[in-house]
Ligand binder design. Structure first.
Ligand SMILES: NC(=O)c1ccc[n+]([C@@H]2O[C@H](COP(=O)([O-])OP(=O)(O)OC[C@H]3O[C@@H](n4cnc5c(N)ncnc54)[C@H](OP(=O)(O)O)[C@@H]3O)[C@@H](O)[C@H]2O)c1
Length: 262
């Protein structure tokens, strides 16, 4: 049994904790810091393996792995007076600060990794980036989604920027649903139709061998058919160049850690 302590029980910590507690046969103990009292109390009362403690230091004292679940601008204050132990493992959710940036704040603990969960983790879906792949962390966070292990922390920024397609995905979903409804179809039917289509396509994308993924656009269109015409039109409008260009822009210019006072 591993004792996993969460400092900061906000949106993403709650999603991860709920997913962890829903795994059958995993008896790890989960210790919660007391901030966000409603959320941490609810988890404590819902799951036998969750315990809300009375201070951040109590959580650290009771944990083998300490998860940092606060916002970047809350990190310095939250960690300032905490005493860590050398053998503890630190797993940080904090965006924009790589493991080497967290390490000085958690000394004498020296084994530090970054975890990047995305919201679908609450459904046990989607990637969970771990960098570097500390074995205890890989075990503690297994079966929550797909573990994607990175060894080089300079590459975390690439995946963080690439994950910024989530809102665009839903905008795409909703634009097509609205277009159907604008053409006289019941909005509920439009919504069920497109969300079901996207789920089906994602499932095909998922099971297709990686070596064949480049064939999919061609396989899902008929020569001269509607799919081919839409894709060709969007290619001509520069749609598919615009997306990587936006990703390059945030990769080159975005500050992932907001200023302290924000
Ligand atoms: N949301 C996502 O999809 C996502 C995905 C990947 C990574 N992340 C990263 O995960 C981290 C948390 O994001 P979030 O969206 O979950 O933020 P959030 O909902 O604002 O949660 C932050 C949590 O930290 C707590 N906190 C603040 N100061 C604290 C302190 N001194 N001691 C203990 N706890 C403290 C807050 O408590 P109070 O409510 O009492 O202030 C709250 O429970 C961020 O660093 C973010 O970059 C988020």
């Amino acid at each position: 049994m591993t004792r996993i302590g969460f400092l900061g029980v906000g949106t993403i910590s709650e999603a991860v904790v709920r997913a962890m507690c829903a795994r059958p046969g995993v008896a790890d103990e989960i210790l919660l810091s007391p901030r966000s009292p409603e959320r941490s109390r609810a988890l404590d009362s819902e799951f036998a393996q969750c315990h809300r403690l009375t201070s951040n230091q109590d959580v650290v004292d009771a944990s083998d792995i300490v998860v940092l679940g606060m916002r970047p601008q809350q990190m310095d204050e939250a960690l300032a007076s905490i005493a860590f132990r050398p053998e503890q493992v630190i797993a940080s959710f904090i965006a924009g600060t790589p493991p080497s940036g967290i390490a000085p704040l958690v000394e004498p603990a020296s084994r530090v990794c970054q975890l990047i969960p995305l919201p679908p983790i609450s459904l046990h879906k989607g990637p969970l980036v771990v960098c570097p792949g500390i074995p205890e962390v890989l075990t503690a966070f297994s079966d929550l989604g797909d573990l994607i292990v990175l060894d080089d922390e300079s590459r975390i920024r690439v995946l963080s920027c690439a994950s910024a397609i989530m809102s665009t995905y839903f905008e795409l979903q909703n634009r097509v649903i609205d277009w159907i409804a604008d053409h006289g179809v019941d909005p509920d039917v439009a919504s069920r139709y497109i969300r079901s289509e996207l789920e089906g396509l994602a499932a095909v994308g998922r099971v297709t061998p990686d070596s064949q993924r480049h064939d999919l656009p061609g396989e899902f269109q008929t020569k001269g058919g509607l799919n081919e015409r839409v894709r060709a039109g969007l290619l001509e409008r520069g749609w598919f160049e615009a997306l990587p260009a936006e990703l390059t822009d945030i990769y080159d210019h975005a500050i992932l850690r907001p200023p302290a006072r924000q």
